[in-house]
Write a protein that binds this ligand. Sequence first.
Ligand SMILES: Nc1ncnc2c1ncn2[C@@H]1O[C@H](COP(=O)(O)OP(=O)(O)OP(=O)(O)O)[C@@H](O)[C@H]1O
Length: 214
Amino acid sequence: MSLLEVKGISFSYEKPIIENLSFSANGGESISIMGVSGSGKSTLLHILSSFLKPQKGSVNIFNKDIYAIPYAEILALRRKEIGIIFQSHYLFLGFSARENLEVASLLSEERIDDSLLEFFGIFENLPKNVSALSGGQQQRLSIARILTKKPHIIFADEPTGNLDRENAFKVMGLLFEYIHQTSTLLIYVTHDPLLAQKATRSYQLENATLKPLH
Ligand SMILES: Nc1ncnc2c1ncn2[C@@H]1O[C@H](COP(=O)(O)OP(=O)(O)OP(=O)(O)O)[C@@H](O)[C@H]1O
């Protein structure tokens, strides 16, 4: 049984975005998705992460078709099993770093893990207001907030798109190490070919399908 199994999904707006796509992935893998602007990368992530039902096919997480289960189960999946990282950090401004982590901890019923915060280099920043943190620190906090939930799958849409290259590689390096240690599955969209190459599998979204890059 694969952690994520995508079977023959198709989705169109005015034109086809995804056509008859199938693949599966397991914990510990990292999958990068590249593609020109408008090719459908964000749409694909929305489909895989339970937010947009495909017009054909199924998305299975832990052997459950996520578009066929009751809504309460989808909510539980989003709260505990799936983590989504965006280009913008979406932290609660005006609150401290610790308060931001506490929200994730309450929702997922998981404890805040101090060693994770040490690992991401943000432990000393916990009492600080989010707006007093640098861009890199904010994004590391935002990722630590997602990881506080201990999700099994992380979807990331250009997670380091707002950071300079040095910070982007530092943050992604931490994320790769984390998923390797915890057997988490990471699926991320990037425009940076060097960041894409760091994945265990790389794809280009083109003509409504995923073409393997390596
Ligand atoms: N809600 C919507 N209604 C109609 N068309 C949409 C909608 N959302 C996206 N699209 C169209 O679907 C296509 C794919 O959009 P999507 O945002 O998935 O592309 P992308 O590859 O993530 O682009 P980018 O790299 O610019 O973020 C685009 O042509 C977009 O205009």
